[in-house]
Design a protein around this ligand. Structure first.
Ligand code: SF4
Length: 76
């Protein structure tokens, strides 16, 4: 397992990544809804029930299951 993505990483800042989807800045990301998180994002590679998993946008690192970023895509 890789290191966790930090919200202060340049890539994380660029994508508006938050480790907790409920803490996303609604003014900056008006389309964000709190029911969206990494665990229900199409790009998320973690297994169900795990607290963190990979994301291709953050190669070699892990995002939290309850995290979010502006590239979120609802799982079909
Ligand atoms: Fe989380 Fe999806 Fe953004 Fe990756 S693309 S950080 S899985 S919301």
């Amino acid at each position: 397992q890789g290191a966790m993505v930090s919200e202060t990483d340049a890539q994380a800042k660029g994508l508006g990544y938050a480790a907790d989807t409920t803490k996303v800045d609604a003014k900056k990301y008006p389309k964000h809804v709190a029911t969206q998180n990494c665990a229900n994002c199409q790009l998320y590679q973690g297994k169900a029930g795990e607290k963190a998993g990979g994301c291709p946008l953050f190669a070699g690192k892990q995002v939290t299951a309850i995290g979010w970023c502006s590239a979120h895509v609802n799982k079909a």
